[in-house]
Design a protein around this ligand. Sequence first.
Ligand SMILES: *Cc1c(COP(=O)(O)O)cnc(C)c1O
Length: 379
Amino acid sequence: MIPYSRQSINDDDINEVIKVLKSDLITQGPIVQKFAKTICTYTSSNYSVLTNSATSALHIACLSLGLGKGDILWTSPNSYVASANVGLLCNAEIEFVDIDPFNYNICIHALSDKLKNAEKYGKLPKIVMPVHFAGQSCDMKAIKKLSKKYGFKIIEDASHAIGGSYNDTKIGSCRFSDITVFSFHPVKIITTAEGGCATTNNTEIFENLKLFSSHGVTRDPKKMVIKTDEPWIYDQISIGLNYRMSDLNAALGLSQILKIDKFITKRHEIARNYSKQLKAIDLVLPKQEDYSLSAFHLFPIQVKNRKKVFNLLHQNNIKVNVHYRPIYTQPFWQKKGFKYGMCPNAEYYYSRAISLPMFYDLNDEMQNKVIEVLKKSCL
Ligand SMILES: *Cc1c(COP(=O)(O)O)cnc(C)c1O
């Protein structure tokens, strides 16, 4: 069986996890801190907060920027449902901005037009959450420019995109955003099993992220309300959850991030080979923007007869997947009144999309099989 994606874990990774298992601290020990620091160094960001999933990181990212009742969050319909769910969990209203048919990311023109309109009606978003689909960065300078004009905050959902770059900056640097979120789910670029991370350059946001991820509790004397010499005292100074990553998961992540550049290089090789072998076939290959170096979490193609191609690949044990059914077409969002036709580019793209197998351990033999079956099924 060839999956569309899977983790790549070797003995080094396993040994690092075992070391933690044999140590005194398996949850909030030294490795979480070390992994957090490594992510900051890798992405050139000032701060990072590790969480038990990207969904948790997106949730506390929204909370940290003060998203609440009466606020509006805009995101891409071409994403996993989590991108929109977290806004709704903060009691905000959600709206979707259509995608660009070239790069499948949030369309800058659609965003700009929608903002102009929203300003007229007093319905500007508090947060815009661009999603770096398949690992390719959105045009962050353009989004940042709009944020200055219209006064919204930016959370990058970079769940697909650790290891990718925008111009010459690594995704996660937050040069053009307030917060960036990564996912370390096994199908993503590097894994901690379940896990995620939020990076930021802003001290206050960082403090908020930490509090929301850990019960609103602090032992930092500078932040504590109680001035005491009783060392067991901690203060709850805000509301919070337990969204923390454990040292077990962090040990896997720390071991994995050491290999990230190797992982990305391999994904580019696979992408180049797909593009070369499939260019004469009647399908649409993913296009790359000059400003982007993709992390290539996915290799999304568009085909005319998607169901037939999908089924033929599956019959040959190639378990391709589809990313994404536009979020607002899900029954839950339909019940809330979202209508088909809102984001025609996202719907059109979805009607033809298939994500081909793309992962570090995909070897030539496997890739050739995928290409061969695909060629036959596209005839
Ligand atoms: C995977 C993913 C998430 C959720 O990540 P988890 O770590 O599984 O919570 C959110 N957004 C996008 C775009 C994703 O691909």
